[in-house]
Write a protein that binds this ligand. Structure first.
Ligand SMILES: [Zn+2]
Length: 251
């Protein structure tokens, strides 16, 4: 059964809206992922988790949004970062259009760490609208790729990371195997100390990670990727089930 909007005919989209009110919106980023992974990595991973989850529990998979905030990535070649308002506008328009097509419960599924703030901002705006001006007619949730894999990560991974690491590289071996440069997978990442501990500066991350990867990518394996991806898909499918019956009324 097809689950991706982009691959369906108009009639198939309408038929899917009869089956489920839930749509998943995969969101990636365009930025350097170490020396060995493609710049579109987060989009490939987020889309794959959504596709597998929708095969377990019916949900529409909206067209993947590759762009995201991520100005820290601009210090390396290959990044296309968008301004926060661009990402916010995409959320506004795509979610409203999904709802107009019959999918009025939308889960923004984020593959790029650090961009959750825009989804929260959008939810805040929707709730303000709901209270002030009346129900917008649809519900928007967000989830994050490491959130649905947390338990499996604790079981499967040998090293911590967060970017182009053992974790992300294992997932890429499933989501976009033909784009993983096996011969370029690096060992332990060099990491710098925080320059002003206890206070946050927007470039902290970029300053800390000179090679734009973390942990030990060389520990990645296909088997780890399979286990993480499977766990993520099952947990996201469970989120779809719960979103479907969610009651938004505050008592
Ligand atoms: Zn990533």
């Amino acid at each position: 059964m097809r689950v991706k909007w982009m691959e369906m005919t108009s009639e198939e989209v309408a038929a899917m809206a009869e089956r489920t009110p839930v749509a998943l919106l995969p969101v990636g980023s365009v930025e350097k992922h170490g020396p060995h992974l493609p710049c579109g990595n987060d989009a490939y991973v987020a889309e794959k988790v959504c596709e597998l989850a929708a095969a377990i529990e019916p949900a529409m998979v909206l067209p993947t949004v590759p762009f995201n905030v991520g100005s820290q990535g601009m210090y390396w070649p290959g990044c296309i970062a968008t301004r926060p308002e661009t990402t916010l506008r995409i959320y506004r328009d795509v979610c409203a259009e999904a709802a107009r097509n019959g999918f009025d419960r939308i889960v923004i599924f984020i593959g790029h760490g650090g961009s959750q703030t825009v989804a929260e901002f959008y939810q805040e705006e929707l709730n303000w609208q709901r209270v002030q001006a009346g129900d917008p007619g649809y519900l928007v949730f967000w989830s994050f790729v490491t959130e649905v894999m947390r338990e499996a990560m604790a079981e499967v991974l040998e090293t911590s990371g967060g970017h182009a690491c053992e974790y992300e590289t294992s997932l890429s071996m499933i989501a976009c195997p033909e784009l993983v440069h096996e011969d370029l997978i690096p060992g332990k990442a060099p990491v710098n100390e925080d320059q002003v501990p206890g206070a946050h500066y927007r470039l902290d991350w970029a300053l800390r990670v000179p090679e734009c990867y973390l942990g030990e990518p060389a520990r990645a394996t296909l088997e780890k990727g399979e286990r993480l991806m499977q766990a993520g898909a099952e947990n996201l499918a469970e989120i779809v089930r719960r979103v479907k019956v969610f009651d938004p009324e505050v008592p």
